[in-house]
Design a binder for this molecule. Structure first.
Ligand SMILES: Cc1ncc(COP(=O)(O)O)c(C=O)c1O
Length: 389
């Protein structure tokens, strides 16, 4: 017996599912250098254009001068420093929740929250197309794990009927590969009827959504009584790195005591927390970023409809173009690249079979002229891909 990795890789290549990492040789921004070429990118999650903001960079630099580079240890040993603590307090205030807890990545925050809350004898119910980290968390928890139909409160309700033990309903706030919003009012109402808790991972909602960038719960006006566990990530609209869970005093203390992905890892560099404190301030005070982004979203959707592209039901900066076949999705991405544009093709297993797509993402850093450039290129390329279907 041996591991036949070559055959496994060849199979993936033959199915047009081989993944490659574009080599970025510049900071994030609309104009990037990738694999030695300057390209106009529409595929980053830097929705508000903060990843390369001079004030955020200055905050990180000053943070490194004051606090050094490494976190040094886990939070429970001696890695929990003042910038981490201040950021947690600022995030609690921002989300209007009693407490928030900082994590090094969103993946870990999701693993931590689910596995600390449910285990054997309990139930975890998840949207079918939740982010991989949430699905992995559900499986890892050891709780009875079931997936309901996408965004379907009736499907959730029928699973809630069969739930045993403590029951946690888990959903993306903004679905990461589709851009649509979770129907939280209906999902939360179904959960409440059965005394289940709701956990929302709003990785893509914080920043772009809500009157002050407070994400999907602000958008729908929901509180702690509706969404008991609220997760945000800091590597997207915040432009930095890490994640947080916000909720009640008891929830956060439970995570500190029991969540293994929190306890057994080194804290993020304190300078990153300094940078995030600055980006949180910009996110809250510079509403023009959100307004400009919303204008770009509306213009993209109108322009795409004229071209005849198949978009999804998304009011967010995630505007996927549904192609279907993986080879065609790759072809469209390659045609755009020939014209100097970078948009990634997203294929199974990240999305369901037969639903390969170009995941266009917009940022407040894009200009209107850059968006017109994308629409122009799509108008030229789309008919070529269609004809070869
Ligand atoms: C919905 C969602 N949750 C969680 C994550 C993971 O967050 P992080 O990149 O901080 O690990 C991502 C993507 O990265 C995501 O799209």
């Amino acid at each position: 017996m041996s591991f036949d990795l070559a055959a496994r890789l060849a199979e993936r290549q033959a199915a047009h599912l081989f993944r490659q990492r574009p080599l970025l040789d510049s900071p994030q921004g609309p104009l990037v250098r990738v694999d030695g070429r300057q390209l106009l990118a529409f595929c980053s999650n830097d929705y508000l254009g903060l990843a390369n903001h001079p004030d955020v960079i200055a905050a990180m630099r000053a943070g490194a001068e004051q606090w050094g580079v490494g976190g040094g240890a886990s939070h429970l040993v001696i890695g929990h420093s003042t910038p981490h603590h201040e950021l947690e307090e600022a995030l609690a205030e921002f989300t209007g929740r009693p407490r928030a807890l900082l994590f090094s990545t969103g993946y870990m925050a999701n693993l931590a929250a689910v596995t600390a809350l449910v285990g054997q004898g309990d139930t975890v119910l998840e949207d079918r197309i939740n982010h991989a980290s949430l699905l992995d968390a559900g499986l890892l928890s050891g709780a009875r794990f079931s997936r309901y139909l996408h965004n379907d409160a009736a499907s959730l309700a029928s699973r809630l009927e069969k739930a045993t033990g403590n029951t946690l309903v888990v959903t993306d706030g903004v679905f990461s590969m589709d851009g649509d919003l979770a129907d939280l009012p209906a999902l939360c109402a179904a959960a409440k009827q059965k005394q289940a808790w709701v956990m929302v991972d709003d990785a893509h909602g914080f920043g772009p959504l809500g009157a002050t960038g407070g994400g999907i719960v602000e958008h729908f006006g929901l509180g702690l009584d509706d969404v008991q566990v609220l997760v945000g990530t800091l590597g997207k609209a915040f432009g930095t790195a890490g994640a947080f869970v916000a909720g009640s005093e008891e929830l956060i203390e439970t995570l500190i005591q029991f969540a293994r992905p929190y306890i057994y890892t080194t804290s993020q560099p304190p300078a990153v927390a300094c940078a995030t404190l600055k980006s949180l301030e910009l996110l809250r005070t510079e509403g023009w970023r959100r307004e400009h982004l919303n204008k770009l979203i509306a213009r993209f959707r109108a322009g795409a409809a004229e071209i005849g592209l198949r978009l999804m039901d998304s009011p967010t900066p995630i505007q996927p173009i549904l192609v279907g076949d993986s080879a065609r999705a790759l072809q469209l991405s390659a045609l755009l690249k020939e014209r100097g544009l970078l948009v990634g093709a997203i294929r199974p297993p990240t999305v369901p079979a037969g639903s390969a797509r170009l995941r266009v993402t917009l940022s407040a850093a894009h200009s209107e002229a850059q968006l017109e450039q994308l629409l122009q290129a799509l108008a030229e390329c789309w008919p070529q891909v269609k004809d070869h279907a």
